[in-house]
Ligand binder design. Structure first.
Ligand SMILES: Nc1ncnc2c1ncn2[C@@H]1O[C@H](COP(=O)(O)OP(=O)(O)O)[C@@H](O)[C@H]1O
Ligand SMILES: [Mg+2]
Length: 270
């Protein structure tokens, strides 16, 4: 079996150009430039790159929230634009960088979390909904009594990021795209969340695209790493390879912090 056949998600020659200005006559921004990669079942693939390198645009393209300028994305060998939104979003979910943008601010948390059951093909009973919501919240260490009756603006960014992960756990998709999912939580919660992602991949066989600009988190969590620079993938390989023999000047620059990185591991993980 070759790599392509094993792939759950496949991105081929993906390009996204944004046109700015009145009627799109201004500047052209090539946010994603001819990017190809694949994601296998059960693996954690990290997408590392500095701010503006195109990471979130890739996440939005994979989620079908944006149409590509060119290129294709396949889920189990079917073009994702040929799959119904509902069926696709049962399989592929994301945790976005700005958690407030993902929750309707008029609704209490309970309503937003329970809305995900609309994605389920079969009707779910109220009792079953309550059970799943409570289980997911407990897993990420939030007290259902404290959060379910609140609106997003009454909660911290860190709580909101954890709620997004809880939402994902309820949906139980095959692929999770986590876009800087720990940017708003403190160091100890960060380790807890990273370990949940690891467990999802290793024990539940979920495939995860972990997006970050923090190389130490990427190395802690990933099986494989893609390094992005100005819309392109400049490096692609197993964690050890990228860490010990980086090829691209940008990756070399990133890795120049590695002694500090090891210190950081000791610091955050013990
Ligand atoms: N909707 C948009 N309209 C115009 N430009 C955009 C839009 N979204 C992103 N960009 C631009 O595309 C580039 C990549 O952005 P993004 O994917 O958000 O990068 P990252 O997530 O790596 O920080 C940036 O130059 C950004 O300004
Ligand atoms: Mg981003």
């Amino acid at each position: 079996m070759n790599m392509k056949e094993e792939a759950l998600l496949r991105v081929e020659n993906l390009t996204k150009i944004f046109k700015t200005g009145f009627l799109g006559k201004g500047e052209k921004i090539i946010a994603v430039n001819d990017v190809s990669f694949f994601l296998k079942k059960g693996e954690v693939l990290s997408l590392i790159g500095e701010s503006g390198s195109g990471k979130t645009t890739i996440a939005r393209l994979i989620l079908k929230l944006l149409k590509p300028t060119s290129g294709r994305i396949y889920y189990e060998d079917t073009d994702i634009w040929e799959i119904s939104d509902k069926a696709y979003w049962r399989k592929v979910q994301a945790i976005f960088q700005d958690p407030y943008a993902s929750f309707n601010s008029f609704y209490k948390v309970e309503r937003t979390l329970k809305n995900v059951f609309k994605l389920f093909p079969d009707k779910v009973s109220e009792g079953e909904k309550d059970k799943k919501v409570h289980e997911a919240l407990e897993k990420i260490g939030l007290n259902p009594k404290e959060v379910l009756g609140k609106h997003p603006f009454e909660l911290s960014g860190g709580q909101m990021q954890r709620l997004l992960l809880a939402r994902c756990l309820i949906i139980d998709p095959e692929v999770i795209i986590a876009d800087e999912p720990t940017s708003m939580v403190d160091a100890s919660m960060r380790v807890i969340l990273l370990n949940i992602f690891k467990e999802l991949s290793k024990k539940a066989d979920k495939s995860i695209i972990f997006i970050t600009h923090d190389i130490s988190q990427a190395f802690y969590i990933s099986d494989r790493v893609l390094v992005m620079y100005r819309g392109r993938i400049v490096e692609n390989g197993p964690v050890e390879q990228i860490l010990f023999s980086p090829q691209h000047p940008y990756t070399k620059r990133l890795i120049s912090d590695v002694p500090k990185l090891h210190e950081k591991f000791k610091f955050t993980l013990t």
